[in-house]
Design a protein around this ligand. Structure first.
Ligand SMILES: Nc1nc2c(ncn2[C@@H]2O[C@H](COP(=O)(O)OP(=O)(O)OP(=O)(O)O)[C@@H](O)[C@H]2O)c(=O)[nH]1
Ligand SMILES: [Mg+2]
Length: 689
């Protein structure tokens, strides 16, 4: 392998030096195609010598090689007829075949050449399409289509031949529009065509290299589409299809039980391509009985001629087509069985052909069609759903038939289970197409829905009421809680106000206590705590000074009062223990005592005077003549005058007493202020000391 790569790279270098486009000096090619003869002719034309036997198919891969005039070495591997023939029993067969031919041209082929004969390919499309559908994308990037048998073109171009066949258009497109016509009948013209073909291969290899590839297909696993990922995908889709079909069948069977009327006889029509197994399947259905039974009732089975397609070339003749349509009109089938083989490929052309022929049976045919797969014995370990999932075109066809399908093994006619099951499926198809039954079912469903909706409405109303009640209860609870919170807040406010009052009262009391009992309070002195005796000494000195000040103040107040009073002389009492505490209470007691004495002394004279004056006025009043001319003479008047005079004097005395009390209060406040200042000075002096 290394030798090969070295050879290729050396040749490329040499070509670049000469200014020629680099190309592999050893070219490895693989021929694919349905007919061994066409492949052998194409192989000999490329090698320019007779290497492959044109007289027989050896049914195995063959390798031929030669050196061209320009010194280029070419290796060609030819494959036997239908070498990639698909078998569901052994889907790995393709891989085995591909590996064999890859091993014959190591390290891998530069190109795959699909050899297609220029001839009527109608009904044989699958021979080209089918096997190639199994090849992976890597192969398609390295593939060219080679058309042989130019003579059949009859003067027209190869392009017009391609355009006539949809499957060929798709094939050429898939190969990146790379194709070449080889006319082996004319050796001179063929040489130029081969040169042209090799040029196209070189360009393709160059393109692959530019894209970062090796220029040839090296990995064997890239050849086939049967990757692990694809297998898993197929299995998943297969199981989903099976489940869907089973669900649908269950529903239809329940509907079938409620069905009141059913046809007395089942009519079944079999259609399909030639050799698909229609007659064999009809015989299996009849089971050898003269009057076949579908369950407990008779069945009529109608076979039809196969359309030309997969196994016969040429269009389906008009007469044959009419016979197929006539078969359908004869029995007016309850179900149409579309017969297909399940042991081989299924291409897009197969789908199109089947749909074309079925379409002639009428538009409504698809709703009563069941796909009947024959050769179930060739499935091996695979399931029918897996086979369907492997071919996209087949999937589409089965879906068009409403996912109705069944498998027959016609080699086992004794197997009554497969027949019974098929009849069941036909009956289910009847249900699906019974418009009156479906209408009835629909009506029942609607009725049920209405009842259900009424029930649901009632239930909803009930739930709504309950919710409303619940909401109301909750609202009441919230209201209660709010009230409780408000009450609590008020209580808290009150207690905090009380606390403030108590605090302020306490503060006042503390202040008063401090003033009253200064000896009990030890002055704080953080700085001079080593000499407490001196501090106390200082405090005592300051206190005695303050006592002197207070005494002189009290004395002055007493003097003042004495001077003001005209009736009494007030005496100032000395403080207890010889030291005045300077408290306002003490001052008040002293001053209050002086005021009482003065009041008691002053009360007798003015009251007696006023009473005498009142009595005199009262005596004179009866001798007065009032402007109205009325004369008043009574002893009441002297008494009333005396009482009034006494009362006026009493009121004047009370007013003076009130004024004296206010004056005392003002003085008291002044004294308090003075005391506070002195205290502050004390503390400051103590701290500084
Ligand atoms: N192994 C196997 N062979 C089958 C099965 N069904 C049909 N065949 C064979 O397939 C071949 C064609 O079967 P037919 O029933 O004649 O096919 P057809 O569709 O009636 O053919 P035409 O009438 O020509 O269109 C016969 O050789 C059958 O033996 C099957 O389930 N298993
Ligand atoms: Mg037949």
């Amino acid at each position: 392998m290394e030798e090969e790569q070295l050879e290729v790279s050396m040749s490329c270098r040499a070509d670049v030096k000469d200014g020629v486009a680099p190309r592999p000096q050893k070219l490895r090619l693989v021929l694919l195609g349905d007919r061994w003869l066409d492949k052998s002719v194409a192989g000999n034309s490329i090698l320019r010598r007779h290497v492959f036997d044109l007289s027989r198919d050896v049914k195995m891969c063959l390798k031929g090689q030669s050196v061209l005039e320009d010194g280029r070495k070419v290796v060609v591997v030819s494959t036997p007829e239908r070498w990639v023939h698909y078998s569901i029993r052994d889907p790995g067969l393709l891989q085995v075949n591909m590996n064999t031919c890859m091993a014959m041209c190591p390290p891998g082929p530069h190109a795959f050449l699909v050899v297609v004969p220029v001839s009527s390919l109608r009904g044989r499309e699958w021979t080209v399409e089918g096997p190639l559908a199994l090849l992976g994308d890597t192969v398609w990037r390295s593939t060219l289509v080679v058309f042989v048998r130019r003579g059949k073109l009859r003067g027209s171009s190869v392009e017009s031949f391609i355009s006539k066949h949809d499957f060929l258009k798709a094939l050429v497109e898939k190969c990146g529009n790379r194709y070449q016509l080889l006319d082996a009948s004319r050796s001179k013209g063929c040489k130029a065509q081969v040169d042209e073909l090799l040029g196209k291969i070189d360009a393709m290899v160059e393109m692959q290299k530019k894209a970062g590839g090796a220029g040839y297909v090296a990995k064997e696993e890239e050849v086939s589409t049967e990757t692990e990922e694809k297998k898993n995908d197929v299995e998943e889709r297969a199981s989903s299809r099976r489940n869907r079909a089973q669900r649908r069948r269950r529903t239809l069977r329940s509907l079938l039980e409620s069905r009141s009327s059913s046809p007395a006889q089942l009519q079944v029509l079999l259609v399909g391509a030639k050799h698909a197994g229609k007659t064999s399947s009809a015989n299996t259905l009849l089971g050898g009985a003269v009057f076949p039974q579908a369950g407990d009732r008779p069945a009529q089975v109608v076979d039809s001629p196969g359309w030309h397609g997969r196994y016969c070339s040429g269009d389906t003749p008009q007469a044959l087509q009419q016979q197929i349509t006539h078969s359908a009109s004869v029995c007016d089938p309850h179900a149409v069985l579309l017969v297909l083989r399940c042991d081989e490929t299924f291409t897009e052309t197969d789908r199109r052909t089947a749909e074309e022929h079925m379409g002639r049976l009428g538009f409504g045919v698809w709703s009563r069609t069941v796909v009947l797969f024959t050769r179930g014995d060739g499935l091996g370990g695979a399931t029918i759903e897996e086979h369907i999932g492997r071919w996209r075109s087949l999937e589409r066809l089965v879906e068009r038939c409403g996912n109705r399908y069944h498998v027959f093994d016609n080699t086992n006619r004794a197997g009554s289970f497969q027949v019974r099951e098929l009849y069941e499926k036909i009956e289910e198809t009847l249900v699906e197409n019974d418009a009156s039954l479906l209408l009835e079912t629909l009506e029942n469903l609607l009725q049920q829905k209405q009842q259900n909706s009424k029930k649901a409405l009632r239930k909803m109303k009930k739930v709504k009421m309950e919710k409303k009640k619940e909401l109301k209860e909750k609202e009441e609870q919230i209201e209660k809680l709010q009230k409780m919170i408000e009450a609590e807040q008020i209580r808290l406010k009150r207690s905090s106000a009380d606390g403030d009052i108590i605090r302020s009262l306490r503060e006042r009391r503390t202040l008063a206590d401090q003033h009253e009992d200064e000896g009990g309070v030890a002055p704080t002195c953080e700085k001079n705590h080593e000499e407490p005796v001196n501090v106390w000494e200082q405090v005592r000195r300051r206190r005695s000074q303050r006592t002197q000040t207070t005494l002189s103040f009290n004395h002055r107040t007493a003097e003042d009062l004495r001077r003001r009073s005209t009736f009494l002389t007030a005496s100032v009492q000395p403080h207890r223990g010889g030291v005045s505490d300077g408290s306002p209470a003490g001052a008040e007691q002293e001053v209050g005592g002086a005021t009482e004495e003065k009041t008691d002394a002053a009360s007798s004279w003015p009251t007696a005077g006023a009473a005498a004056l009142g009595a005199a006025v009262g005596t004179l009043v009866p001798f007065l003549r009032l402007p109205a001319g009325i004369g008043v003479r009574s002893a009441v008047f002297p008494a009333a005058g005396a009482a009034l005079g006494s009362m006026l004097i009493q009121r004047g005395r009370l007013g003076r007493k009130e004024l004296g009390r206010k004056e005392l209060g003002r003085k008291e406040l002044g004294r308090k202020e003075l005391g506070r200042k002195e205290l502050g000075e004390d503390a400051q002096e103590t701290a500084e000391g």
